[in-house]
Design a binder for this molecule. Structure first.
Ligand code: HEC
Length: 460
C-alpha cells in the first residue's frame, strides 16, 4: 500500500511541474477513464481489478500501450487524443486499481473463458420466456415473451409493451416466437415476427407457425400483414421451429419444425412442416427457389428433412444459412443449408427416441446432407449468431449457440466455413433461450427461470 502512495505522490508533484501541452490536463484520471476506456474495460474497472498484466506492469509500459494501442486486437491507440501527462495519469490510476480485488456487484457475475474474461449484467427482467431479442439500430432492444407480449426497452430504460399483435397460441412450445428486422429497417421500419397461430377445428384449438410483417413506428405496430402460414395445422403444441434470418439478397428464411409428426412431414414436400422456407418479404416465391413453378409441392421450401430447427444465422463469407436443430435424444445438429437438400430426418439421425428405442441405424445415406456438428448428448440448441463485433475479437466469425438444457453458451469456432473446435462459455448460467449481437457490439442473452436478458461484457 505504502509504495502506491509514494508513486502517486511523485506523480502528482510531477504534474504540477509539467503543464506541457495545450490540451487541458484532466487532473482526474477516473474521469478520463470513464470517458474513453469504460465502454470496453468496464465502468467499474472490472477489467483492471486483480489484473495480470499482459504487456508488463510498469508505468512506462502501460502508458506505451495507451499511446499505441494493440490495434489488431481491438485496443485503440490514444496517442492523439490523450497527451503524455494524461496517459501517465491513467497508467498510474490503472496500476493502482489493478491491486484492488475484483468484486462482483449484486447485478453482475464474472466468468472466465479461454481468451476473454466476461462480466454479465442484467438489463431486462419483464418476460417469463424471452424467446427472442432483437436490437434496433439505436441499440435499444425488442424482447418477445412467449406468452404473447412484445417489449421495447428504450434508451432511457423505460419499457413499453408494443400493442397490436395477433392472438397467439400460448400452449406447450407455442406462443409469440421470433422477431427479425428487415436489413433496411432504418429506411423502411419493417419488422417480422413469427408465432403459433391457432385455428378452431371441431371446437378444438389446432395451430401452426405463421409469420407477419409490420411497420414499427414509435413503439407501435402498423400495417400488420401475414406473409407466411405453414400448412397443414396440427393439434400438437410443439416443434414449431420458427426462427428467421435474411440473406444478402433480402430473402427471408423461416424454419418450421415437424410438429411432432416425423413420419408425415419432414420428407413430404406437400407439407410445410419439417422444412426451412425461403420467401420474399411480401410472401411471394423467389424464382430461384429449388421447387419454383412446381405445382405438386410447396414452392417456398428451401431445404427439407428437419426435425425442430430453433436457430438460424447467415454466414456472410460463404453466403450460407446455418441452422441448428433439436434432434431426438442425442443427435442435435448444425446444418449448413444448400438449396433443395435433404437433411435426413427421420431417415437418418445420430440420436435415439426419448424412450431409448431406435429410430434408425443410419447416420448417413446417399442423397442426404450430413450435419456440420452433432451434439451427443443433446444440448437443446436455441437461436444463434455469428460474431462480428470487435469487442470480442478472439470470437470473430464464430457461431454462438445457447444451450437450453445445459444452460451454457456453446461457441463453435469457425474457420473457412467449418467448425474446427468448440468451447463452453458461461457454464451453469441457466436455461438459455435467445442470443443477439446488439447494434452497440455487445452480446445479449435471454434466460429463463427467472426470465431475464443479460448483456455479456468482455473484461479485457
Ligand atoms: C474498443 C475497446 C477498447 C477501448 C475503448 C479501450 N481498450 Fe484498452 N484494451 C482493449 C482490448 C481488446 C485489449 C486487449 C488487447 C490484447 O488482448 O492484446 C486492451 C488492452 C489494454 C491494456 C493492456 C493491458 C495488459 O494486460 O497489458 C491497457 C493498459 C489498456 N487497454 C488501457 C486502456 C485505456 C487507458 C483506455 C482508455 C484511454 C482503453 N484501454 C480503451 C480494448 C479497449
Amino acid at each position: 500500500m505504502r509504495s502506491i502512495f509514494i508513486i502517486a505522490a511523485v506523480f502528482v508533484s510531477n504534474l504540477s511541474f509539467k503543464p506541457t501541452s495545450n490540451v487541458p490536463i484532466a487532473d482526474d484520471p477516473a474521469a478520463l477513464y470513464q470517458q474513453y476506456c469504460g465502454s470496453c474495460h468496464g465502468r467499474k474497472l472490472e477489467s483492471f481489478r486483480s489484473r495480470t498484466w499482459q504487456y508488463g506492469s510498469t508505468l512506462a509500459g502501460i502508458s506505451a500501450i495507451i499511446k499505441d494501442g494493440v490495434t489488431d486486437k481491438g485496443m485503440p491507440s490514444y496517442g492523439r487524443l490523450l497527451n503524455e501527462d494524461q496517459r501517465a495519469a491513467l497508467s498510474n490510476y490503472l496500476l493502482e486499481q489493478s491491486k484492488v480485488m475484483l468484486e462482483k456487484s449484486a447485478n453482475e457475475e464474472v466468468y472466465s473463458s479461454a481468451e476473454i474474461k466476461l462480466a454479465t449484467e442484467v438489463v431486462f427482467t419483464g418476460a417469463d420466456v424471452p424467446w427472442d431479442i432483437e436490437s434496433l439500430p439505436d441499440s435499444t432492444l425488442l424482447i418477445s415473451d412467449r406468452d404473447g407480449q412484445l417489449f421495447h426497452k428504450r434508451k432511457n430504460g423505460e419499457v413499453i409493451e408494443i400493442k397490436g399483435l395477433p392472438f397467439v397460441h400460448n400452449k406447450g412450445q407455442g406462443g409469440l416466437l421470433d422477431v427479425c428486422l428487415h436489413p433496411n429497417f432504418v429506411s423502411n421500419q419493417l419488422i417480422f415476427f413469427s408465432y403459433s397461430k391457432p385455428v378452431d377445428v371441431d371446437g378444438k384449438k389446432w395451430s401452426t407457425t405463421a409469420v407477419c410483417s409490420a411497420l414499427l413506428i414509435d413503439s407501435q405496430l402498423q400495417e400488420i400483414k401475414e406473409i407466411f402460414e405453414a400448412k397443414p395445422y396440427f393439434p400438437t403444441n410443439h416443434h414449431y421451429g420458427s426462427r428467421m434470418a435474411f440473406d444478402d439478397h433480402g430473402l427471408l428464411y423461416i424454419t418450421v419444425g415437424d410438429r411432432g409428426r416425423e413420419n408425415e412431414n419432414p420428407q413430404n414436400l406437400q407439407s410445410d412442416c419439417g422444412k426451412v422456407h425461403r420467401i420474399k418479404i411480401d410472401g411471394s416465391i423467389p424464382e430461384d427457389n429449388p421447387f419454383y413453378g412446381r405445382t405438386d409441392v410447396r414452392q417456398s421450401i428451401f431445404t427439407f428433412g428437419h426435425r425442430n430447427p430453433q436457430g438460424i444465422a447467415y454466414h456472410k463469407g460463404k453466403k450460407m444459412m446455418w441452422v441448428n436443430e433439436h434432434g431426438p435424444r442425442g443427435g442435435d445438429e448444425v446444418n449448413l443449408l444448400q438449396s433443395g437438400s435433404n437433411y435426413g430426418w427421420p431417415l437418418t439421425c445420430y440420436g435415439i427416441n426419448y424412450d431409448g428405442t431406435i429410430i434408425t441405424q443410419d447416420k448417413t445415406k446417399e442423397g442426404i446432407n450430413n450435419p456440420e456438428v452433432v451434439w451427443i448428448p443433446s444440448i437443446a440448441p436455441c437461436d444463434a449468431v455469428f460474431v462480428s463485433s470487435d469487442l470480442y475479437h478472439p470470437w470473430q466469425g464464430d457461431y454462438l449457440v445457447p444451450s437450453l438444457s445445459f444452460g451454457y453458451l456453446n461457441r463453435c469456432i469457425v474457420k473457412d466455413g467449418k467448425v474446427i473446435d468448440q468451447e463452453k462459455l458461461l457454464e451453469d448460467i441457466g436455461r438459455m433461450r435467445s442470443i443477439e449481437q446488439g447494434s452497440d457490439g455487445f452480446i445479449y442473452i435471454g434466460l429463463e427461470n427467472p426470465g431475464k436478458v443479460i448483456r455479456i461484457r468482455p473484461l479485457w
